[in-house]
Design a protein around this ligand. Structure first.
Ligand code: DGL
Length: 265
């Protein structure tokens, strides 16, 4: 059976990869983390599009039957380009659509979105949420400190509490009913964010909804693997350091072996 391709700017997309593996244990994954170009959140849309096209080429060469753009920033900046470029060659799933559909179905009055600078600047969440629910009020905020904070392990402590409070304590977030965590890393601080709002705000991330979308797309096309997994998962990175290997534990729940394969060389 062909593998599922998953890519991200780095290691954070392992949160999405893990949710897919949990939901679909018979499937084999090929993961590509573009650690050489990390972070995408501060890059221009043109650069993010160029990297994303290169990675999808690589995953297609590896024979992937479906490709998941696990990175919110790449999903926001590059999805239209990828769709045009690879139309008819492979099915692409982003982390944006499944999250937007899950939230828009709830008929909220006002929701918040937090993400990287590039994701917020793209305006994609506001556009897509309003396309499905025109009356919805959406407040968006770039929260660039959160990615390095989480990668450095500042989770559930005084520092993370202060950073979360300084971002989410703003008046525009005071009356939201739901908050979208539109970044690969943010599920790791979801309990803290829920606690910050005292359980009064519904908090959503992309992991499980994306895994469900992958499941549905594969079964719709008759591509679901069954029985025992035929191949081991492979995890590639464009640049390799011991600290990337360490960080896999945070995002995947277990350390995974990263293979250094620089497709840009
Ligand atoms: N993976 C990115 C995202 O989900 C966060 C890290 C980065 O900026 O590259 O938006």
């Amino acid at each position: 059976m062909q593998p599922i391709g998953v890519f991200d700017s780095g290691i954070g997309g392992l949160t999405v990869a893990h949710a897919i593996v949990e939901r679909l244990p018979s499937e084999s994954l090929i993961y590509y983390g573009d650690t050489a170009h990390l972070p995408y959140g501060d890059k221009s849309p043109a650069a993010i599009r160029q990297y994303s096209v290169g990675i999808v080429h690589f995953l297609l060469e590896k024979g992937c039957k479906l490709i998941v753009v696990a990175c919110n920033t790449a999903s926001s900046a590059a999805f239209d380009t990828l769709n045009d470029y690879f139309r008819g060659r492979v099915q692409l799933i982003t982390v944006v659509d499944p999250l937007v559909r899950a939230v828009a179905a709830q008929n909220y009055r006002k929701v918040g979105v937090i993400a990287t600078k590039a994701t917020i600047q793209s305006g994609i969440y506001e556009q897509q949420l309003r396309a499905l629910d025109p009356g919805l009020e959406v407040v968006s905020l770039a929260t660039p400190l959160l990615v390095p904070m989480i990668e450095e392990g500042f989770i559930h402590n005084r520092i993370s509490n202060d950073v979360i409070e300084s971002y989410l304590g703003r008046p525009e977030f005071a009356d939201i009913e739901a908050l979208l965590l539109a970044c690969t890393h943010y599920p790791l601080i979801r309990p803290e964010i829920e606690a910050f709002f005292g359980g009064k705000v519904a908090v959503y991330d992309s992991k499980e909804v994306t895994a469900r979308a992958v499941h549905e797309a594969l079964s719709r096309h008759g591509l679901l693997a069954t029985g025992a997994r035929s191949e081991a998962h492979r995890f590639y990175v464009s640049d390799h350091t011991p600290s990337f290997e360490d960080t896999t534990k945070l995002f995947y729940g277990a350390e995974v072996h990263l293979e250094h394969l620089n497709i840009w060389a």
